[in-house]
Design a binder for this molecule. Structure first.
Ligand SMILES: [Zn+2]
Ligand SMILES: [Zn+2]
Length: 343
């Protein structure tokens, strides 16, 4: 029985190109008590590997968070498998608007402490005591209410390229930081204001809403299915779209265009731009916004220092990388003093 990947990303890319079959990029999450995450993880891997499903999945005692690419022709089989797991029966699947054959090149199912890294002690509150879920129609109406405080529960690099009109977008690096900042800002309005939250797919708000209720907020709402589901409903139902720009996503597309507004700037020249990239220097890997002109001029790097490094022989680069975590693991994702136009 195969429990881990054997193909490299390159081999997988070639296979996908060759097959040329239609795939669906989708995501789902569910908070649920999972007794043995390792056993569950293996069950998922074996089945999805057989179904040619790719993606990044986290399993924890508190639930599952999955981002996947599923062959369209095996979707029914995939769905039946999910429905056969009692807590995943009829789970809402967020299907991406822009489809990309190569959104994921591997199947990685990982067991983690939490499905959302939140630094919270969940024993102290009930995660399932969540806020009121609202769909796109109700959300559009609700956010016009003068008593509403609309909060973007994502990090700075996500809300920078797209967010709802009039939303508060905390300048934070982590979910944990935003929880504290919002609570502090709204401490005198726990009863008179309506707290309305949104995030990418709903997973963060679901926990945040339970947390804020526990902290004494009386009126807590969350956008069901997050920006992904909102965009889908807006399109299907012909609703007014109150989002601006791009929805940051965590696969290699980096962002999904929701409207044509470009609300951010190239971090190097200041021109309007909302394309995220990672610095070409492997040891840096900084996530930042770079326009096409700067990408050429800067050789896809974030700084002159990094350009210098990518011109060193590979061996020398490797030697220098030893023991240095890249920005995936650095706390201050997307921030660098070298980026002139990053606020
Ligand atoms: Zn630029
Ligand atoms: Zn760099």
């Amino acid at each position: 029985m195969q429990l881990y990947n054997k193909l490299s990303a390159k081999e997988r890319e070639a296979l996908l190109e060759e097959a040329g079959e239609e795939r669906l990029t989708l995501s789902f999450y569910k908070y649920a008590k999972i007794g043995n995450p390792h056993l569950f993880r293996n069950h998922l891997f074996v089945t999805w590997h057989e179904q040619d499903v790719l993606g990044r999945i986290y399993v924890a005692h508190e639930g599952i968070n999955a981002q996947l690419s599923v062959p369209a022709k095996r979707f029914k089989e995939f769905k039946e498998f999910l429905d056969g797991i009692n807590f995943l029966k009829d789970v809402r699947l967020n299907i991406a608007i822009e489809q990309d054959l190569k959104s994921f090149l591997k199947l990685k199912v990982k067991v983690r402490d939490k499905i959302v890294a939140d630094g919270l002690n969940d024993e102290t509150f009930d995660v399932t005591n969540k806020g009121v879920h609202v769909d796109a129609v109700a959300f559009n109406e609700l956010i016009e209410d003068p008593d509403v405080v609309l909060v973007d529960m994502r990090n700075h690099y996500e809300s920078e390229i797209g967010h709802f009109k009039n939303a508060i977008t905390p300048d934070v690096d982590t979910f944990r930081d935003s929880l504290d900042i919002i609570e502090e800002d709204l401490r005198d309005h726990k009863e008179d204001k309506k707290l309305v939250m949104y995030c990418t797919g709903g997973i963060r708000c679901e926990k945040a809403s339970a947390y804020y209720k526990h902290k004494g907020f009386k009126n807590v709402f969350q956008l069901e299915g997050g920006i992904i589901e909102y965009a889908r409903q807006v399109e299907n139902l012909g609703l007014e779209n109150k989002f601006l720009g791009k929805n940051f996503v965590f696969d290699h597309r980096r962002g999904e265009r929701i409207t044509n507004d470009i609300i951010s700037h190239c971090h190097q020249c200041g021109e309007p731009c909302d394309t995220h990239t990672n610095c070409a220097n492997q040891a840096c890997h900084l996530l930042f916004i770079q326009c096409e002109k700067c990408a050429v001029a800067m050789e896809n790097c974030c700084s002159d220092d990094c350009i210098e490094i990518i011109h060193l022989p590979e061996e020398e680069q490797k030697r220098r990388r030893q023991g240095i975590p890249n920005s995936n693991k650095i706390f201050k994702k997307g921030r660098s003093e070298k980026l002139k136009f990053k606020k």
